[in-house]
Design a protein around this ligand. Sequence first.
Ligand code: ADP
Length: 168
Amino acid sequence: MKIELIKGDITKIKTDAIVNAANSSLLGGGGVDGAIHRAGGPEILDECKQIRNRQRKCKTGEAVVTTAGNLPAKYVIHTVGPIWNNDEEKCSPQLANCYKNSLKLAESLNVKTISFPNISTGVYRFPKELAAKIAIQEVKSFESDVIEKVIFVCFDDENEEIYKKLLE
Ligand code: ADP
């Protein structure tokens, strides 16, 4: 699996799937979630609502898929990152699950290329360096015959610097 780093807006990226750092309500929010719903259009929220009707909510670390609406991707994989509460032992495996479950779901959809934002490192305040280490570790240890490329899309300078350093 090839790993790339891009600085920019994930809604502009043309991979088979892009991942959304959603919240458990699946009803949209700020940050990358808001950007994806704004750029992708109402179809994404419609499908999120259908999922909610079936399963009430999406738990921390889990992932669900919808259409990508007007976005260049085919799918949006919504995963719910942990809200950082200084409990590293609890939050770290939850964040790892976000990456693992998103990759598993992508694989089941025959996704060859997938982009991740820096899940939980915005409003959810997960320490950026630790989050990046977990993200890279999960992607590197995921063995797949289906997924060919994973792109880490960094939006802020700090995350870009951290990923650059760790991926060297
Ligand atoms: P969370 O609630 O999981 O912390 P946020 O959306 O607040 O989610 O932040 C997650 C990460 O997404 C942050 O690093 C933020 O800089 C980044 N981000 C915000 N907007 C975009 C975007 N359009 N494309 C890619 N990443 C984004």
